[in-house]
Design a protein around this ligand. Sequence first.
Ligand code: C2E
Ligand code: CA
Ligand code: CA
Length: 735
Amino acid sequence: MLGVAVFATGTGPRPGGRAWDLFYDLVVYHVPWVAAGAACWLTARTAPREAVAWRAMATSLLVGAVGNVARIVETGQAGTTPSPVADACVAVAYGSLYVALFVLIRARVTRFLPSMWLDGVVGALGASAVGAGFLLGPYLTGDGQVSVMQVAWPAADVLLLALLAGVGAILGVHLDRTLVLAGGAVALFCVADAALFALSVADRYTDGGPLELLWLAGVLCAAVAAQRTTGDPRPREDDGGVRITWRLVALPLAGTLAALAVLAAGYGDQLPSTAGWLAVGCVLAALARTAVTFREVSSFATVRQEARTDELTELPNRRALLETARSVVAAATTARPAALLLLDLDGFKEVNDSLGHGAGDELLRQVGPRLAPALRPGEVLARLGGDEFAVLLPAADLDTAAERAGVVHDLLRQPFAVDGIRLHVGVSIGVSTAPVPADDVQELLRCADVAMYAAKTERTGVHVYVPDPSSGSGERLRTMEELRTALVRDELDVHLQPQVAMDDGRVVGVEALLRWHHPVRGLVGPAQVLPAAEQAGLLRPLTDTVLERSLDAVARWWDDHGVPVSVNLSAANVADLDLPRKVAEKLARRGLPAAALTLELVEDTLMADPERGRTVLGELRRLGVRTSIDDYGTGYSSLAYLRRLPADELKLDRSLTCDVADDERAAAIVRHTVALAHDLGLSLVAEGVEDVVTARRLAELGCDVAQGYAVARPMPVGDLLRWLAAERLPLVPTV
Ligand code: C2E
Ligand code: CA
Ligand code: CA
């Protein structure tokens, strides 16, 4: 600043002779240049992320100053008088200035596509063509011809400014103080260069006048920019990336149009050849830009398409469905509701397991074409994953949706031809609508999911979600949440129910039945806990807890009574390949033999993955753990399973045993089942024995063991210990 002030005193008439003059123009004038250059160089050290920019800026100022001095020394005056050394220096100075500004801008742009450089080239060539053709045309041709170097500086300035403004507007550069000051410096150079050009052409330029102050102001701007920079450039925060809008193509478009205008205007006329070549270059760059754009856009479209499509079925995927559903739900009104059908194939796992994944995939691929004719325009069928599909109906009330779900259900019930085999799979469909009861997509999915789950467990095919605040699904959701805490807080326990031998009444086993000491609801039974646990995916940790409690209990009486405990398994446990190891570890930790544990499973639990189930059961039996087939007579395909299922015990369901006292047909079934079980080496337990009459009849029919209220109700472990120690009469007195 001091240098600028001192120099300002000399811009008027100067006292003193030629030596003074030289001193002013050579030394005083250049003090600010060198000082600013030094400031920029120092900033490069404190702002490492922009070091390149500040070094380039310093180079520009210092080399520019050297060029000036060289010109004065060589030609005796500053200005535009040609001088090879000076011209070379100025060229370097401009090059460095470009580098500096580009680096500064680059650091402030959120996302930079390589094609944007091409945009810059197109814009620059177009602007140069216009400049060369229309503004400078008269100077480049004919009589008033000036040197290219003279025109080059103001042209370079204008270009730089145009780029700064163009790139800033188009890419959304974060215009911070540093960039504004650096841009200001260029703007001042630009005005000064243009004035110099005009004056030199009119031959009215004199050295050391007030015009020089403009350059010095630019130099000051650059110095302040360096001084005040935070060194921490930040891209604009509001948008995460470049949006595809017309703004993006504005610069290349304007450049191309300008180039064409130059070519058209100059056609057959006297166009400076520089302008012509610049325009042609611009059009070529624009063509290259188009090619790059094509590649970018097509790859973008592919990525977008792939991200929204399910690979296997080529149907829209979950993401695509959610996206569409969002706008559909937003547009839905009570007068014109939207609906979602959530589909889950029944028995798909069996297809996968028995015929292989190839067949499973083939089956999934056929779902889309099968359902396509049933869809109307605007409706979306998507695969959510696995064997789960969804149909979005943008305009359907609950009744319509249920009707459509029925159609879908019937279509999928038709056999599929896979690998030359006719396959029957069913489907369970949950239906829900928006905006009532679900007012957003997540809620809509959740409601449809709850309904689908109901359809699956009740085997009804289609289930419509009807909100019921007091019970039902809302309660199950709450239960699921509470169950997680219950597992951690040790609120789960087992009650124990004895099993006695029909002949002499000795206790042969004890079944552990899950109980939840709910802090508010009191004692909660498995009927409420198990469905919630299954839906929440908590069956494995739940069984872990039950196993722990049950083995803790049996450890208390094993030495005195030698009575084993029976624990119930669910499908999720039977499919758990880690179960045998966990069981062995739990037994060993308590010093219990494997004979202290019996595991009960319902036939249905094996249906999901029979291969795996058999592996797990086989391993458990090798450990020495007994297995028991529970609820026998309620499932289906019982006989086939008995043949292949390794087990030690068969438990006859209460529905088969309760009427034996006065129904001969029921008795016949029991008698033959007993015979079958004994032939297969299984002992037979009659469940739900409520009275002595029934017990006696069951004993006559050959049942080995009785379990039921007639013996004892399930009870806490303390009560059972007392019960075991007490004297009892046999259930069925031997005559
Ligand atoms: P289950 O395995 O058939 O268990 C016997 C059920 O019958 C028990 O119901 C028991 O309280 C009840 N019961 C016993 N004697 C009689 C009787 O004389 N008359 C009648 N009407 N009922 C009797 P609970 O405790 O409600 O258990 C229901 C089902 O929940 C069990 O049926 C079992 O399948 C399942 N379960 C219980 N605990 C667990 C467990 O820890 N894990 C798993 N996965 N399932 C369990
Ligand atoms: Ca059981
Ligand atoms: Ca049972």
